[in-house]
Design a protein around this ligand. Structure first.
Ligand code: ADP
Ligand code: ZN
Ligand code: ZN
Length: 804
C-alpha cells in the first residue's frame, strides 16, 4: 500500500509549525522510519529542505497529488521515538517550534546545512563554460558569487540551459583512521611465504606478523608504524602483494585521554545510606518518584549519586547525571570516570563540535551507559534509563534563555515518567519551588545534615560596611578583611575573594545606611534607567525620580553601586604589594581552557589570592584555602528580581562551602551594607530551613512563585513607541480571558531597554489556575505572526528565571 510520511520541516515559523504530508517513494518503502531526517521539496519553488519524519501512515484515501520525499539523510533514526514524543511536548510547553526542539536535541554538527549548485543541462559556449564553470558542468553558488557571474547564470537559466539544485548536507563527519587487516588466511599466508627468497627477511617477518593478527582486532596503521619494525613501504609492499588490506575504521575523539585512577565505593554514613536505599528501592519498583536531596556542603551528595548509579547499572539500566556547566570541572569528571571508567560519556560546552558528536554516538550505540553533562545533556539518547540525577538543582543555568526556553528539570521529570525511573534533585540550597514541592509531598525529601569529616561549617563573620567606610581603609576592603588576608599570606595559606557582578550597576544604594530603593508595590528593587534618568520597577512599571538624598537617613552618599574586577585587583595589589593575585573573570577566561589553567595555577600555589566573579563560587576544592571573602554581598540583593534574596542566600552558602574543605578550619568574611538582611543572616547561620520558611512567607505576601505560576511575554521593536503600543495591545487581549485571581504586571520597559537597537517591553502574568491562558498565548503568538514582518519580535517564557 502507498504510504505517506508526516514531516516536520526546517522552516521555523508559526505557519509551518505543523507536520506536512509527503509521499514515500516505492524505493524508500522498506527503509524509512520515524525519526529519520529527510530532504523534501517545500513551498512554491520546491526548494529542498531538511525535515524530520514524525510518523508513517498507510495512505488509505488518496486525495490530490502529494510531493514525494526526495532523499533520506539518515541510515537510522536520528531521533528515537521517545525523543520524538518529547519534542512535541516540549514545543507545546515552551511555545517553541517543534523543529527548533528537535534540533536542540541533536549535536550541533547534525543540524542542517544547505548548499546550492547550478548544473548545466544543455551545451553552452565552451569559452563561457571555461570561465564560468571552470570547465565543469556544475558550480556551487552562494552569496559570495560575483554579481556579474550571477547575471550570466540567470541568463542561462532563462534559456533553459541551467538548473538550480539544492543539496542538504549532513555536517556530521565521522573521524576515520586507517587500520591494517590480513587479507589472507593463515595457510594462504604460509603459502605466500614459501614463494619468498630467504633473503627477503622483512617480508618474512611481515607475514609472521600478519599471521599473529588473525583473530585479533585490527591495529591502527599509526600504531603499527610506531610500535613494530615495519615501515610505510613494508606495509605498502604487503598490500601490493595482496597479503594485507588497509581499512578505514571509525575513531572517537577522546576528550579525556588520560587514564583516570579508579576509585572504590566508600562505606556510606547512615544518612547517605538512607538516601541511597530510598532511591534504589524506587528504581526496583519502577517508580518515577522525585527525590529532593537537601544536603549541606561536604555532606557527601556525590557519593550518594555514584552509588545509586552503580545500583542502576547492576540492574542493566543506564544513568543520566546533570551538573551545571560551571561545576563540570575536570575534578567532577574524574570522580565519575574514576568509578565507572569507559562507560561514561561526558557532554559539555568545552568540547569541540566533533568531540560532542563522538560522545553522542557512543551513547546512541549503547557503548556508554552513564552520561554526565550540562543542561542539554538532558536530551542524551540513552535508553532504559534507571535514574536521572540533577546536581545543584537550584542553578539558573539549567534554564535555557533562548528558544526553546526549557528547564532541564522539567525535561528530566518528563523522561523519568517515560522510563519509569526516579529522579534525584540535589542541592545544599534547593530552589524554593522544589523545596515547597517536597513540603507538600509531591517530591520526597531526603536530608543530609552532617558533614563527612565532622568539621563544623566555617564561621561567617559579617562586616558592616557602613561602619567600615567611616574608618576608611579603601573603598572596597574593610580593615577586617585586609587583616585576615595579610594573616593568611603570612601563614602561607590561600584566600578566595568573590566580587559579585550580577545585578551590578543597575541599582543605587546609600553608603551610610545601606538603603536600597524598593518598589512600593512589588517588594523588589527599583532599577536605574540612565536613558530616562529615573528609577523604574520592572514588574509593575512604577517610576520615580533618582533620589539625591537617602530617603532613609538623608545622607547624600546615595549612588550607583558597582566596580570592576580589574579595579579591585589594582586596589588590592596596592594595599598588599607582596600578594600574588590571580584574577578570574570573563576577560581572563575567554580562551578555551583558560579557566582550568587558572585553577591549576592556584592549586599549584602559584598565587596567594584568587579574585573572581561568581564563577569561583562553585566546585572548587582547594585544601589550603582557609579564607573566603565576599567583597560585596549586596549586589545580588539589588537585583530587580523577586528571587534576589534567594540568589544571595545561595551564593553566600556556596562560597562559604569553599573554605576549610580539608582538615584546616576555614573562615568566611562577608562585607555588606545590609548585614541585618535576612538572606545574609540565614546564610551566616548556615540555616537553609530557616531561610526557606522566611522566604516562603515573603513570597506568599508578594504573590510570587511557588504560590503563583508566572509567564513572561517580551515584545521588541526598533522603534520604542511601536514596541510600547503593541505591548499594551497584547495586554488588553489577555485580560478578558483571565480570572480575577490572575495578575498582569506591565507592560514595562526592560532594564537594558535597548539591545541591538531594539526596544524591549515585558508583560508578566502571575496566576494560579487559568484554563484558557495557554490557548490564548498560543493564539497571540499566531496572530502576531504578521507583525514579525514589520520588525516586531514576540517571545514567551514559561516560568522565567530572569527578569532583568
Ligand atoms: P557535597 O557534594 O555534598 O558537598 P562531596 O560529595 O563533595 O560533598 O563530599 C565531601 C567529601 O567527603 C569528598 O571528599 C568525598 O570524597 C568524601 N566522602 C563522601 N562520602 C564519604 C564516605 N561515606 N566516607 C568517606 N568519605 C566520604
Ligand atoms: Zn541612607
Ligand atoms: Zn512594582
Amino acid at each position: 500500500m502507498p504510504q505517506i510520511a508526516k514531516v516536520i520541516v526546517d522552516v521555523p515559523t508559526m505557519q509551518t509549525n505543523r507536520p506536512y504530508d509527503y509521499q514515500v517513494p516505492d524505493t524508500l518503502l522498506d527503509h524509512i522510519q520515524p525519526g529519520m531526517r529527510v530532504a523534501v521539496p517545500f513551498g512554491k519553488g520546491d526548494r529542498l529542505i531538511q525535515g524530520f519524519i514524525l510518523t508513517i501512515q498507510d495512505q488509505a484515501n488518496f486525495e490530490g497529488q502529494l510531493k514525494p520525499i526526495t532523499a533520506v539523510i539518515d541510515l537510522q533514526p536520528a531521533v528515537n521515538s521517545e525523543l520524538l514524543q518529547l519534542s512535541s511536548w516540549l514545543a507545546e510547553r515552551t511555545y517553541a517550534f517543534q523543529i527548533t526542539c528537535l534540533q536542540t536535541m541533536l549535536p550541533s554538527v547534525m543540524r542542517a546545512k544547505y548548499s546550492k549548485t547550478a548544473q548545466l543541462v544543455d551545451e553552452i559556449d565552451p569559452a563561457l563554460q571555461a570561465s564560468l564553470f571552470n570547465g565543469n558542468d556544475e558550480l556551487t553558488f552562494d552569496q559570495s558569487l560575483a554579481p556579474d557571474k550571477l547575471k550570466q547564470l540567470m541568463h542561462l537559466q532563462r534559456q533553459g540551459k541551467l538548473e538550480v539544485v539544492y543539496h542538504v548536507d549532513d555536517r556530521a563527519r565521522v573521524k576515520q583512521l586507517t587500520a591494517i587487516e590480513p587479507a589472507l588466511s593463515f595457510e594462504q599466508l604460509e603459502e605466500a611465504r614459501t614463494g619468498l627468497r630467504k633473503s627477503a627477511q622483512k617480508q618474512q617477518q611481515l607475514i609472521s606478523y600478519l599471521q599473529s593478527l588473525i583473530g585479533q582486532p585490527n591495529p591502527l596503521l599509526k600504531d603499527v608504524l610506531a610500535t613494530t619494525i615495519f615501515t610505510r613501504e613494508n606495509i605498502k609492499t604487503g598490500a601490493d602483494k595482496g597479503w594485507l588490506r588497509q581499512v578505514k575504521v571509525e575513531a572517537y575523539r577522546n576528550p579525556y585521554p588520560k587514564t583516570v585512577t579508579t576509585t572504590q565505593k566508600m562505606a556510606l554514613t547512615d544518612e547517605q545510606k538512607r538516601a541511597v536505599d530510598a532511591v534504589v528501592t524506587a528504581t526496583q519498583n519502577q517508580s518515577d518518584r522525585v527525590f529532593l536531596v537537601e544536603g549541606i556542603t561536604g555532606s557527601g551528595k556525590t557519593e550518594v549519586y555514584l552509588q545509586t548509579i552503580d545500583a542502576v547499572l547492576q540492574q542493566a539500566k543506564t544513568a543520566l547525571m546533570l551538573v551545571p556547566e560551571i561545576a563540570l570541572t575536570p575534578q567532577m569528571v574524574k570522580r565519575v570516570k574514576g568509578r565507572f571508567g569507559d562507560q561514561v560519556a561526558v557532554l559539555h560546552s568545552g568540547l569541540s563540535e566533533g568531540e560532542k558528536y563522538d560522545e553522542w554516538r557512543r551513547i546512541e550505540r549503547k557503548e556508554a551507559s552513564v552520561v554526565v553533562g550540562a543542561r542539554s545533556a538532558v536530551f542524551a539518547p540513552l535508553e532504559n534509563i534507571g535514574v536521572i540525577i540533577m546536581d545543584e538543582e537550584h542553578e539558573a543555568s539549567y534554564k535555557q534563555d533562548e528558544s526553546p526556553r526549557y528547564h532541564a528539570r522539567d525535561v528530566a521529570i518528563w523522561r523519568s515518567q517515560y522510563h519509569h525511573c526516579p529522579v534525584i534533585l540535589g542541592s545544599a540550597t534547593p530552589s524554593l519551588e522544589s523545596r515547597a514541592r517536597a513540603q507538600k509531598g509531591v517530591y520526597q525529601l531526603l536530608r543530609l545534615t552532617q558533614r563527612i569529616n565532622q568539621q563544623p561549617l566555617p564561621a561567617v563573620e559579617l562586616v558592616d560596611m557602613r561602619v567600615a567606610m567611616k574608618q576608611q581603609a579603601s573603598s572596597n576592603f574593610s580593615p577586617a578583611l585586609l587583616d585576615a588576608l595579610k594573616d593568611r599570606l603570612q601563614k602561607g595559606e590561600q584566600s578566595v575573594l568573590l566580587l559579585n557582578r550580577r545585578g551590578f550597576s543597575s541599582f543605587i544604594m546609600c553608603r551610610d545606611c545601606g538603603f536600597v530603593l524598593q518598589c512600593p508595590n512589588c517588594d523588589i528593587s527599583l532599577t536605574l534607567h540612565m536613558d530616562t534618568h529615573s528609577m523604574k520597577c520592572h514588574y509593575c512599571g512604577h517610576e520615580e525620580a533618582i533620589p539625591r538624598t537617602c530617603p532613609n537617613c538623608q545622607s547624600r552618599q546615595i549612588r550607583y553601586f558597582g566596580t570592576g574586577t580589574q579595579k579591585v585587583e589594582a586596589e588590592l595589589q596596592e594595599l598588599i604589594p607582596t600578594a600574588r593575585i590571580l584574577r578570574m573573570d570573563v576577560d581572563t577566561t575567554r580562551k578555551k581552557g583558560a579557566h582550568a589553567k587558572l585553577l591549576k595555577r592556584f592549586g599549584d600555589h602559584d598565587a596567594d589570592i584568587l579574585l573572581g566573579t561568581q564563577m569561583i563560587a562553585k566546585g572548587l576544592d582547594f585544601p589550603d584555602v582557609t579564607l573566603v571573602g565576599v567583597i560585596n554581598a549586596d549586589t545580588a540583593l539589588g537585583l530587580p528580581d523577586f528571587r534576589a534574596s534567594e540568589r544571595t542566600f545561595q551564593l553566600l552558602t556556596q562560597v562559604s562551602g569553599r573554605a576549610g574543605r580539608a582538615d584546616k578550619t576555614g573562615a568566611v568574611i562577608v562585607q555588606s551594607f545590609n548585614p541585618e538582611n535576612y538572606a545574609i543572616q540565614f546564610a551566616k547561620q548556615h540555616d537553609y530551613e530557616g531561610f526557606y520558611q522566611y522566604e516562603m512567607a515573603v513570597r506568599h505576601r508578594g504573590g510570587y512563585p511557588p504560590y503563583y505560576f508566572t509567564v513572561q511575554l517580551t515584545i521588541s521593536h526598533p522603534e520604542e513607541a511601536l514596541a510600547a503600543k503593541k505591548s499594551f495591545q497584547i495586554a488588553r487581549q489577555l485580560r478578558p480571558v483571565l480570572s480575577d485571581q490572575a495578575i498582569v504586571l506591565g507592560p514595562t520597559p526592560k532594564s537594558i531597554a535597548r539591545i541591538n537597537n531594539r526596544y524591549f517591553y515585558q508583560i508578566v502574568i502571575k496566576y494560579k489556575q487559568e484554563p484558557q491562558l495557554q490557548a490564548k498565548l498560543a493564539e497571540i503568538l499566531e496572530t502576531t505572526q504578521i507583525d514579525t514582518r514589520h520588525g516586531f519580535k514576540i517571545g514567551l517564557d514559561n516560568e522565567p528565571l530572569q527578569f532583568t
